[in-house]
Unconditional design. Sequence first.
Length: 702
Amino acid sequence: MMRPALLNDLNPQQKEAVLHTDGPLLVLAGAGSGKTKVITHRFGYLTSALKVPPTSVLAMTFTNKAADEMKERIEALNGKSSRGLWLGTFHSLSSRILRKEIEQLGFRRDFCIYDDDDSGSLVRSILKEFNIHEALYKGILSKISSLKASLIGPEELLADEDSYGFDEKFARVYVRYQEELKKNNALDFDDLIMCCVKLFERHPDVLKKYQSEFSHLMIDEFQDTNASQYRLAKLLAARHKNICVVGDDDQSIYKFRGAEVKNIHTFKKDFAKTKVIRLEQNYRSTQNILDIAGSVIEQNPSRMPKKLWTDRGEGEKAYYCITNNELEEARYVAQSIKELYLKGKYAYKDIAVLYRVNQQSRTLEEALRENGQPYRIFGGVSFFQRKEVKDVISYLKIIYNTDDSVSLKRIVNCPPRQIGAATVTRVENEARKLEEGLYRTMKYIVKNNAHTAALKDKISGFVNIIEDLIAHKDTSLQELIKMIFEKTGYLEWIGPERADNLTELVNFSEGKDLGGFIDTASLYSGQDEKCDGDSVSLMTLHSAKGLEFPVVFIAGLEDGLVPHFHAIKDAEELAEERRLFYVGVTRARDLLVMTGAKRRRLYTSVQEQQPSRFLSEIPAECYCCIEKRPRGDAVASRIVKVHADAPAPSPFVTGARVRHPKWGVGVVRDSYGETDDVKVTVNFPSVGMKRLSLKFANLERV
């Protein structure tokens, strides 16, 4: 039964999108306009009101976090588990199809998925084999990824050399890279989509089966699709043409990953009689923030126009603070965060600091540490990329797929067992003669005394451990991981400081099967991490996509950073930088603070900086300008005044013991404010933290 409220809590445009279920639909969803709500309610309407089988609806998005949110909302609407439904990321759903069908492409179903780290290790070994200096090909993996995103494999590259700026050395590496993946029975991240497309195009009967299975397709964040993802969607939707794509061309910021904003522009041409619905009511930000974002993005040519509005009111003006250098900028940000926190309106977790390049985070981190403010870097190293976790996952990969030479080389001497690089090279040479994988070659050497006793002795212990673990691969995953600890001595070797992460890994594995768990680990990224705990979030503008915070700082608003120097002379790149700024601004719900520096150390030198050209595109009435002139080392902290005076000396300094007539003795946590209205935060054991004005609190120093 469809819940009565399924349509009642939708605005007219959202409701129209939910009710349009026959034929192609393009939903242009501005930032904060409730696009996830449309997708989940549309799923609910299809499956409850129209009685479409839930397994016949394929819904795809880009991050595991977004997919999990989609599943949770659909479960809440339908009152049923989403287990078994086709809801997930492009890559996870493609992997699910390939687990059933990949034998058609010459792989086994127990293939492993290589993450960027695994792929990098494989490329480095190939470069070493070909005597190609690694530094000359630093971007080789990125180039391979870009070609695969455009569905250009080694065969296509070699068949049409003139079209792709042919490089013979690169072509040799690409060919060998794909050969090694096949030998290892492994796919990299981009192969998941490319192989799915190849499967459908080479085997029409398989495509027909999935076209019949999926009567309706929905794609979230459609502006982020690359050529291969869009091709996959078109193949699956070709029969029924019931495809709904939800996106915003103003938020297309992943061109460097192969995303093609033109996909959202050409959708109407590719699918005749497409219905277009615009979602322009924003539920996140104040109107002032939306006006700032809108005034900048409107400068982009060839965009699909939309005007965001909200019923949240005009809201507070934004602030733009210019400082002398990046150190003063960082101190200003940290001090402003401190004041916002101490005033009690915002917790640290409500605040995010965004920046264009990772290099900017260092000074910001130092300033926050100096103030004793908790923070976390978002979108960095994910849980599954931590060394100790990655090592254990590599053991699981070998147990699952013994042909995975990349995982084997990672853990063959981890913990140390006297199997160094020279020993591995000897085994690799033997593997080439036998035309076998590394592990099979190791087993051959141990079984047939094929080499010296010293080599056999070195590797036999490792082979015995792996064979023993393989014999127990059907036990529960938790027990298998504990068995790895026991038989390898890994837990003792890694030490107590890192053991906590392995305990978390064991807990996370509960109830999961080996193959599914390995896939989850391989497809997990830093952007899937949750912002847990009360800490300030630091991240790049790219990492901020899909998030929102009550307070947002955008640091480094200068030409050369925002927009980035590589984009300034290219109209298309500059348009993408505008979209990136638009994404950053629209992360803010209540308050936006922009900062910049007159001079900044970038890379190896101090450079004179000019304010971002985007500032000139913002209406003057939308923000206040502040110029900071520090007194000594102290940067004025108040964001509402151009030059804030330092507070008068007070006996109620941080750490002072004070007595209150009602709550007794407490300790001052901090003091702030103007000379005539100093406020203090005091921790009283009897009642906890209190924020008090000295004019009225009747405090006395103890």
